[in-house]
Design a binder for this molecule. Sequence first.
Ligand SMILES: [Zn+2]
Length: 145
Amino acid sequence: MRTSHKEQALLIQHARQAQRSAYASYSNFHVGAAVMTDEGEIFDGCNIENSSYSLTICAERTAVFKAVSAGKKKFRSIAITSDDQGFITPCGACRQVLSEFSPHMEIILTAASGKKKITTLDKLFPTPPDLKKLSRHSSKKNSKK
Ligand SMILES: [Zn+2]
């Protein structure tokens, strides 16, 4: 199920609000994200940087992890905001994390000007790892014992 224009606007609003909480001391690049669950609940997140750079987490994963920790694992849509004039897209790590839960979810990219562009995760991440292979492999391994 896709989101309506009204729901998209609401998600963008939540992402922009979360963007204000970004902890971006090193890049000064503030990002916000908001996911909508299948039931219509919204969870938001911001990027959180760290002096040990690899510990930094993106806004998209912050939002998804907040939702998952609240028991939500199916998402219809995610909005991503920044102060950039262009559309910023999720990084590879975030694409994979989003794909774990909702490989066909809608992605709402926004520009600082207010322009938006709608795409889907399967367009941005067309060949995710086949999770069924993992479980088949795991059950084969367990049956040998
Ligand atoms: Zn990312």
